[in-house]
Design a binder for this molecule. Structure first.
Ligand SMILES: *Cc1c(COP(=O)(O)O)cnc(C)c1O
Length: 502
């Protein structure tokens, strides 16, 4: 299996190269040249298997330059009971919301309490092995732009991993108090965290620029280093995410929610379009899916895109209670456009160039039709998000976080609007305790305690929902990182953190 760029199909690389490099030199994203197909027999075989066994099988289809033993090692080291609190790292909880049954795929039982752990606990293992194959003895410098959850999950995944250094940039006023505290208290000798004056899109754009700048690459090269990415532009992030949708389908069959071969709907709270794209890739492999429900918050650029075919980032940016979705440039949409254009690299590049120069593009009528056939786009504003947390708790005593609430709300709107009763899986993406302020005010509405950890405690007393140990243990922990930079200063910060004088 080889990989090529969404903006230039002419050259192909191995999976190790795609993972080590993160992004293609032409600025495009690496995609597999074809999708291995899962038959119903394959799915049937997986029904009786563990999550880890399913993961090994699926990952093995894509990383054909890795040995089975290498893949086994990666999976066994990533998805342990200690790290994910159970044999199944991604369990399903079924609830009834406003009269309709929905299945919440809980992806936040890992060490940093967000779904990013599902990929970032295994990516360092993929990367270490990839570097052995193609790294030429260089150390990898992982540059991360985060809207809150990727940063912490990447820091935790890469801390003290040999031959890697990790540098994380987050928007100074764009993450929750808990997210900030999680990152600033990060331990490890190879980690560095810095806030930026700007939003996530500013951070992501600047990181991509540093990343593809030949001059910076040359400086790193002289110092025995190379850049890599832990953002969802890296193929090694998306692949582990495909696994949990296929595994969830098997669990749905085992739970008696669907018969093997019957379709499901999948709802995903979406920001950078990585998580929902992974679900779509599972469908490309043969997973029986009827509709993908793409749920946005007030930054509803994707809702408009799905409904009109026009992607326009020239709009107001909102800071919301679901900060990990406060994004106007959804990087991974590029990979969907590539597929929907019939793998047309020139057309994909055209859209991306227009996005860069005009902040806007309009896709062809064919692409628009193909997308509306499979995707429903909707959004939940702040009030709806809070009401959903409140109502779900009132109806089911189930506490969900702000991002998951956006998905539950949009899914509910979809069911009520269309009458589509296809069994639905909703990606539940974070622990409610990462966003205690918003969640507590949604369920209680009374006066909020002042400190973050007093809010955590109050939410716990009120609801009885257990506080994840990795968050509870952060109380009173001292920060290690305090730096804030402007966008223009990020490159200097990177070189400084690496101990390179220029
Ligand atoms: C990152 C994140 C999202 C958005 O996922 P994308 O892959 O960026 O679309 C949603 N919810 C939470 C909690 C997240 O951390």
């Amino acid at each position: 299996m080889l990989y090529h760029s969404t903006q230039d199909k002419s050259k192909s690389v191995s999976s190790a190269q795609a993972i080590a490099q993160g992004i293609s030199k032409d600025g495009g994203l690496f995609v597999p040249e074809s999708f291995p197909k899962l038959s119903l027999v394959d799915l049937d075989t997986m029904l009786s298997k563990s999550y880890q066994q399913r993961a090994k099988y699926i990952i093995g289809q894509f990383l054909t330059d890795f040995s089975q033993k290498e893949i086994s090692d990666c999976v066994d080291n990533a998805y342990t009971v200690e790290k994910f609190g159970g044999d199944n790292p991604a369990p399903i909880s079924t609830v009834t919301f406003n009269g309709d049954e929905v299945n919440l795929l809980e992806l936040w039982h890992g060490p940093t309490c967000a779904f990013k752990d599902m990929a970032l606990q295994i990516l360092p293992h993929f990367l270490t092995k990839s570097l052995q194959k193609v790294g030429g003895g260089k150390d990898a410098v992982i540059l991360v732009a985060t809207s809150g959850d990727t940063g912490k999950a990447a820091l935790e995944g890469f801390r003290d991993v040999d031959h890697t250094k990790i540098i994380v940039f987050y928007p100074v006023n764009g993450v929750s108090a808990m997210q900030k505290h999680q990152m600033n208290t990060q331990e490890g000798d190879n980690v560095y965290v810095c806030a930026i004056n700007g939003n996530f899109d500013d951070a992501q754009t600047a990181v991509k620029k540093i990343f593809t700048d030949p001059e910076t690459a040359a400086i790193l090269d002289e110092n025995g280093m190379m850049f890599s990415s832990a953002n969802s532009i890296n193929w090694g992030r998306l692949l582990p995410q495909i696994v949990y949708y296929i595994s969830a389908y098997c669990d749905m069959v085992n739970l008696g929610k669907v018969k093997l071969g019957e379709k499901i709907n999948i709802t995903v709270p979406t920001g950078n379009f990585g998580n929902i794209l992974a679900a779509y890739y599972a469908f490309e492999m043969g997973l029986p899916v009827n509709k993908f429900i793409c749920a946005s918050n007030s930054n509803n650029v994707l809702t408009d895109f799905i409904n009109t075919g026009v992607y326009d980032k020239n709009r107001e940016f909102y800071t919301t209670v679901s900060p990990s979705m406060d994004i106007l440039v959804s990087s991974n949409l590029e990979r969907l456009l590539f597929i929907m254009s019939g793998e047309n690299d020139a057309e994909t590049k055209g859209y991306m160039d227009a996005l860069k120069s005009e902040g806007r593009y309009e896709v062809s009528a064919t692409i628009k039709e193909k997308i509306s056939a499979m995707f429903y786009g909707g959004f939940a504003d702040e009030q709806t998000t809070e009401k959903t947390i409140h109502d779900l708790y009132a109806q089911e005593h189930y506490l969900c976080d702000t991002h998951t609430a956006v998905a539950v709300a949009v899914c509910d709107e979809y069911i009520k609007k269309t009458g589509d009763k296809t069994p639905v899986v909703i990606a539940s993406t974070a622990s409610p305790y990462k966003f205690s302020k918003a969640v507590l005010s949604a369920v209680d509405g009374g006066k909020l305690p002042e400190s973050e950890f007093d809010m955590v405690e109050k939410l716990n007393e009120l609801t009885g929902a257990p506080v994840p140990a990795p968050l509870a243990s952060l109380r009173g922990k001292k920060s290690r990182f305090f730096d804030v930079t402007d966008k223009e200063g990020m490159q200097a910060v990177v070189l400084g953190a690496l101990g390179i004088d220029k």
